[in-house]
Design a protein around this ligand. Structure first.
Ligand SMILES: Cc1ncc(C[n+]2csc(CCOP(=O)(O)OP(=O)(O)O)c2C)c(N)n1
Ligand SMILES: [Mg+2]
Length: 377
């Protein structure tokens, strides 16, 4: 029998506005209306400033560990812009820009990294899940959410974000396999920033693209310049349209770079060359959009100054709200676990500040019992 080829595959890479300012009119014209472009640009600048301020908060002891999003603003913003507001947005920790576009309050993210878990309790109307720090878990959640939506006959889809390192986790493969084989409308987006902390991309994936992993699951895929907002929006529109109309998953690899350290607990200078960082600084998604808008007469130095002043005020007010919040109630962790708390846990809750945990206060002779107040203090 002759040897036959059973599979040949191609993966497109989409770039519309490149770092040199070249713009593909055919793909890019009319993709994002000018008025939206100005708003999206302003939004990215706000996120960038929040990132810089968060870094300083951590350094001055006002915040715990923080993962900067700097340089990766375009991917999640493009997704949030292209999705419907009731589609699920299931992220990890480098998607602040998309979450804020959705309407998640900026102080929520600060609160979370300040150690206040109320920050990760996403208001229901935003259809966003808590940001996932355990690597890879959220892809399964997105698949489950989209499956539930399909089961209920809802039109909504789910979109999930994860890093290149996450594609080495079993959870990633389970989510992809499940979604592809059960026809579940999930848009998977890998923000390939070249590094998983200090592990370079070629160690995570020896194939030339992450995108081709999707082909193994029978899933359509595309790669885009993740620092090009136009390319991101183009690819997400295509993926969302296809997921919604066919009920099938779609995979996007957004090639990007984190300009900062992995988190504030890291020092990337110990494993990355400065020349590599500098090369990516020149490909900054914000910088290239500003140049493009200036060339088109949509932006000027005066507008930039005005915007930066506004952004500073907005971020300062956000920090004030986050730091000024009333402390959480010490017994909250009992109350959020069960609809009706079991008696033994109720006893622990009510006696946690007495002499003996779990001991009924009435049995402690002479004890001064201060039961915690129910509401915040
Ligand atoms: C299950 C799990 N294992 C290990 C870690 C520790 N950890 C935190 S971030 C990270 C690397 C993630 O890299 P990548 O997925 O590329 O995302 P990036 O941080 O580059 O955005 C690791 C291993 C974790 N948080 N969760
Ligand atoms: Mg990474």
């Amino acid at each position: 029998m002759p040897i036959k080829t059973v599979l040949t595959a191609e993966i497109e890479n989409v770039s519309i506005l490149d770092a040199e300012g070249r713009f593909d009119e055919k793909l890019g014209k009319g993709l994002i209306p000018d008025a939206d472009l100005v708003k999206l640009y302003g939004h990215m600048c706000t996120c960038r400033h929040l990132d810089e301020v968060a870094f300083k908060l951590q350094r001055s002891g006002r915040m715990g560990t923080y993962p900067q999003n700097m340089g990766q603003e375009a991917a999640s913003l493009g997704a949030a812009y292209a999705l419907n507001n009731d589609d699920w947005l299931v992220t990890c920790y480098r998607e602040n820009c998309g979450l804020f576009w959705r309407g998640v309050p900026m102080e929520s993210i600060l609160l979370h990294w300040m150690g206040d878990e109320r920050g990760n309790a996403m208001p229901r109307q935003h259809h966003a899940t808590p940001i996932a720090v355990p690597i890879g878990t959220q892809m399964l959640h997105a698949t489950g959410l989209a499956w539930a939506a399909k089961y209920r006959g809802e039109k909504r889809i789910a979109c999930t974000f994860f890093g290149d390192g996450a594609t080495s986790e079993g959870d990633f493969h389970e989510a992809m396999n499940f979604a592809a084989n059960l026809d579940i409308p999930v848009v998977f987006c890998c923000q390939n920033n070249g590094w998983a902390i200090s592990v370079p991309g070629h160690i995570q994936c020896s194939a030339p693209t992450v995108a081709q992993r999707a082909l193994a699951y029978g899933m359509d895929t595309i790669q885009c310049d993740g620092n090009d907002l136009f390319a991101v929006v183009h690819c997400f529109r295509k993926a969302i349209k296809q997921a919604r109309s066919t009920g099938r998953p779609f995979f996007i690899e957004a090639v990007t770079y984190r300009l900062g350290d992995h988190t504030t607990a890291d020092d990337a200078r110990r494993y990355r060359d400065q020349a590599e960082v500098d090369a990516w600084r020149a490909r900054d998604p914000i910088l290239r959009l500003r140049k493009y808008m200036a060339k088109r007469g949509l932006w000027s130095d005066a507008k930039e100054q005005e915007l930066q002043a506004k952004v500073e005020v907005e971020v300062a007010a956000t920090v004030e709200r986050a730091e000024g919040i009333t402390s959480p109630n010490r017994v909250d962790f009992f109350d959020h676990m069960y609809a009706e708390i079991p008696a033994d846990l109720a006893l622990q809750r009510d006696t946690m500040q007495t002499h003996g945990i779990g001991q009924d206060p009435s049995q402690i002779e002479g004890a001064v019992i201060e039961l915690p107040a129910k509401e915040g203090h």
